[in-house]
Design a protein around this ligand. Structure first.
Ligand SMILES: [Zn+2]
Ligand SMILES: [Zn+2]
Length: 169
């Protein structure tokens, strides 16, 4: 969805509300997650005394896997974003703080996608107490127990062992 802000830039007090649903299939991930469901967007562009701001909320279901046990995890996510839109940068001020719209056209999908990517959590766990996977047999300790000894060899030590073996004549 593209909003034309050309007139709003020159109309202090003006406002353009918008509501939109993004199809995750249009994202580079092709709907394969982490955005596995439509993203609902709602907000407004306002001209407050000559300063044009874009404020909106986005709701979607985060579709990913647990960082520890690799089980699928789905979490509802709500984000709130705000930007200042300008037609040109006046000098100082990092570009990342502003939406620079020389043509006065705001691509809502593009803006929302970059905000969603920035907001993605670095680590997701299926539950705070996830027990993870056995490093030896790969058993998911949330669902089963395994017979492996708890004194699992550190994988880094195992690499070292292998290197030493290779050096022996
Ligand atoms: Zn987990
Ligand atoms: Zn095991």
């Amino acid at each position: 969805m593209v909003l034309s802000l050309e007139r709003l830039f020159d109309s202090p007090g003006g406002e353009i509300p918008f509501e939109h649903t993004l199809d995750p299939g249009q994202f580079p991930e092709g709907g394969a997650g982490p955005f596995g469901s439509p993203v609902r967007i709602k907000g407004a562009v306002k001209n407050l005394a000559g300063v044009v701001t874009v404020e909106y909320t986005a709701d979607y279901t985060l579709d990913t896997v647990c960082d520890r046990c690799l089980d699928p995890v789905q979490k509802p996510r709500h984000i709130r974003a705000a930007h200042v839109a300008v037609r040109a940068l006046s000098g100082d001020g990092g570009e990342e703080d502003y939406l620079v719209l020389p043509e006065g056209e705001l691509d809502v999908d593009e803006m929302a996608y970059s905000d969603l990517v920035l907001d993605l959590p670095g680590k997701v766990l299926c539950s705070p107490g996830c027990k993870g996977l056995c490093p030896q047999c790969g058993a998911n300790w949330n669902h089963e127990t395994c017979a492996c000894t708890q004194k699992a060899v550190d994988p880094r030590l195992r690499v070292l062992e292998r290197l030493l073996e290779e050096q022996e004549p």
